[in-house]
Design a protein around this ligand. Structure first.
Ligand SMILES: NC(=O)c1ccc[n+]([C@@H]2O[C@H](COP(=O)([O-])OP(=O)(O)OC[C@H]3O[C@@H](n4cnc5c(N)ncnc54)[C@H](OP(=O)(O)O)[C@@H]3O)[C@@H](O)[C@H]2O)c1
Length: 264
């Protein structure tokens, strides 16, 4: 049995997940990196190994495939990895008028953002509970706090993650596992995100964050036991203001602001 403890990160080969991997490795954590089986995963593993003296295991898998989470779990069990931190980061989204996007795309979003996240948590929570102290960090979005026109399925999938995380956190409040949820605004990661941010012009830049900033605050707050992390003071204020506005007025404003996604 491997006596070390590991942090398991999904979607660890790019964007925020990769930044989480570097942040955790810089804190001396051993890592199990999970992402699609491609060159990005190998590159991330090799780069981490060249920078930090920590244990790194890479597991390439399409998490949306049937029994993918079961296979990942069996792999961890076979190697008797001790896991004390789970970061459910893998996720995807899309923008545009609801009916113009193929149903298969929506199914893939709900599968990855919700089904896989629930499966990961269900499989790994008992393993994490064996440790003296355990942590689960779920990746939601600022959009979880807003029903966002032209991103209806993504925003709903992130609301699911938000509600699930807070409910589970309270269930486990007297146990040794902290559940925390992150709600970043736009993060400069993939090409689609960059296109969406550019569509908002200067406003997009005010709220945007770099993956490294998001990962650093996410891990810091997770280890402090905080329930909700919204990176950036301006973003935090936007959420507070949003809660004060009447829902129908808020929706009208949001539709105007996010109309740029309509024909995206
Ligand atoms: N970027 C933003 O503006 C933003 C804002 C708020 C919240 N978020 C959330 O933050 C999380 C990360 O976003 P990101 O922008 O960093 O994403 P990203 O740059 O697109 O990276 C996604 C990561 O997930 C992996 N992945 C995708 N589909 C997978 C699958 N089916 N099975 C296994 N791994 C898979 C990718 O692997 P490959 O590299 O091999 O493709 C990659 O490592 C998501 O949950 C997203 O919804 C993002």
């Amino acid at each position: 049995m491997d006596s070390k403890t590991y942090t398991l990160i999904t979607g660890a080969s790019m964007g925020i997940g990769r930044a989480f991997a570097f942040e955790c490795a810089s804190r001396g954590m051993n890592l199990i990196l999970v992402a699609l089986p491609d060159a990005f995963l190998d590159e991330t593993k090799n780069k981490l190994l060249s920078c930090y003296e920590v244990g790194i295991v890479a597991f390439g898998v399409d998490l949306v495939q049937q029994e993918a989470v079961e296979r990942l779990f069996a792999f961890c069990k076979e190697h008797e990895f001790r896991i004390n931190i789970l970061i459910n980061n893998a996720g995807m989204g899309t923008g545009g008028r609801f009916e113009t996007i193929p149903l298969e795309r929506y199914q893939a979003i709900v599968d990855l953002n919700n089904r896989v996240l629930i499966q990961m948590t269900h499989f790994f929570l008992p393993i994490i509970k064996r440790e003296e102290k355990g942590y689960i960090l779920n990746m939601s979005s600022l959009e979880a706090t807003l029903p966002l026109p032209y991103k209806a399925v993504y925003t709903a999938s992130k609301s699911f993650v938000y509600a699930f995380s807070l409910a589970l956190r309270e269930e486990l409040v007297r146990e040794n596992v902290v559940v925390s949820v992150m709600c970043p605004s736009a993060v400069v990661t993939n090409a689609e995100g960059l296109r969406r941010m550019a569509a908002h012009g200067a406003k997009g830049k005010w709220v945007a964050k770099m993956p490294e900033e998001v990962a650093a605050i996410g891990i810091k707050n997770l280890l402090l036991g905080k329930g909700i992390t919204i990176p950036g003071r301006l973003n935090w204020m936007l959420v507070k203001i949003g809660k004060l506005l009447p829902t129908m007025l808020k929706l009208k404003l949001l539709e105007r602001i996010f109309r740029v996604y309509r024909d995206h």
